[in-house]
Ligand binder design. Structure first.
Ligand SMILES: [Zn+2]
Length: 375
């Protein structure tokens, strides 16, 4: 075990009843060949199955097709994520996503809202990651409101850099509106980090990524965020964004109750190797599910599926399956204020996992009337 094994309470602070995330006691599922869980929830997905969600020309049919493929991997809830771009471009991306959502029952069921990652981020090299830094801006409420309006009021999660002008003032207003606030692509000093926590930040976005290669050893934004218990942290457990032995250290610091798995998936996810796009950025899906900016070793999101990340963590560390399911299902839902499970008892969402193999794999997915089976 790499964690304090104490489990979270049966109800959260809002009194929401937790359902059973895995439909069996650990002693039973350890011997079982099939296990049921509630559907997975991915808080950060920029595209899927060859379809880029950061594309103003996104077609509703293509969008729905990509969601069907995502559903087949066990994800029943996701936040399509729009990265940094000009205001005009981000508005067009949200319009295209809204058009896709409004024309698809599946999209309306799977998508409770969006994740806005930028433009209120740190433009310095190393911290901006693959985002186009020329569009990063100081934060204003008016700017956010224009984006929120384009998103139909559905921005549920925003990633900001607290050291950027205007951000510390923006955070409490966002929290008041029920929007979860994360920090990422940032380089705050410790005092600014604490002020962000006081203002209501609850998440570190893909902690350990979107940050400079070389950092001061005595204190730096990674250590500061690992030490701050008011922040949960999301991780991309694909073995590339952090090597397994490094992720083990992060998980020990955040403990089970503050760990969330995301994919930061792109159009490369569940797609063949080749050239794709992430908004205005060209990306290349190489073998072994790695996504780079072509000609560089700079990561640009992932090609991992959330079910693969779940399986990786079970495989690498022997963390109990039901515990990892919480990281990819209940805990991300709780962070954005959704019921923690999609009512497994009434079969609103159910994932059947085949456990008899080396790693758990998704065999069947039920979401409402949709039933998919992976052959
Ligand atoms: Zn990012």
């Amino acid at each position: 075990m790499i964690f304090d094994p104490s489990k979270p309470p049966l109800t959260d602070s809002a009194g929401l009843l937790k359902s059973i995330p895995v439909e069996a006691e650990p002693e039973i599922w350890k011997r079982a060949t099939k296990v049921f869980s509630s559907g997975l929830c991915d808080l950060q997905v920029n595209g899927f199955a060859g379809v880029d969600y950061n594309d103003p020309t996104l077609m509703p049919e293509e969008f729905e097709k990509s969601l069907f493929t995502m559903l087949s991997t066990g994800v029943t809830t996701c936040l399509p994520t729009v990265i940094t771009g000009s205001e005009d471009w981000q508005i067009q991306c949200f319009h295209a996503l809204e058009e896709g959502r409004n024309s698809s029952k599946l999209a309306q069921t799977m998508i409770p809202g969006y994740h806005l990652e930028g433009p209120f981020l740190n433009p310095e090299e190393g911290f901006c990651g693959c985002h186009p830094s020329k569009w990063m801006r100081p934060a204003t409420w008016d700017h956010f409101e224009r984006l929120q309006e384009a998103a139909g009021g559905r921005i549920k999660l925003i990633t900001v850099a607290p050291e950027i002008k205007g951000v510390l003032d923006l955070i409490p207003k966002l929290v008041e509106k029920g929007i979860a606030v994360a920090i990422g692509h940032c380089n705050p000093d410790h005092d600014t980090l604490l002020r962000a926590a006081d203002a209501g930040v609850t998440l570190s976005t893909h902690l350990g990524n979107g940050i400079a290669q070389i950092l001061p050893k005595k204190d730096n934004p990674i250590l500061g965020q690992l030490a701050e218990d008011r922040f949960s942290a999301s991780f991309i457990a694909d073995g590339v964004h952090q090597q397994p032995h490094v992720l083990r250290v992060y998980l020990r610091a955040k403990q089970s109750s503050r760990t969330i798995l995301v994919t930061d998936g792109t159009s490369c996810s569940a797609a063949l190797p080749g050239r794709y796009s992430l908004g205005q950025v060209d990306i290349e899906h190489q073998q072994e599910d790695i996504v780079y900016i072509p000609g560089t070793k700079m990561l640009a999101g992932s090609a991992a599926t959330l079910s693969k990340c779940v399986a990786n963590v079970v495989d690498w560390y022997g963390v109990p399956f039901d515990e990892v399911i919480r990281w990819a299902s209940e805990q991300p839902r709780r962070l954005i204020g959704l019921p923690e499970s999609l009512l497994i008892g009434s079969s609103q969402s159910k994932v059947t996992w085949e456990m008899g193999l080396q790693k758990p794999i998704v065999e069947k997915v039920h979401l409402g009337n949709w039933k998919l089976e992976n052959i």
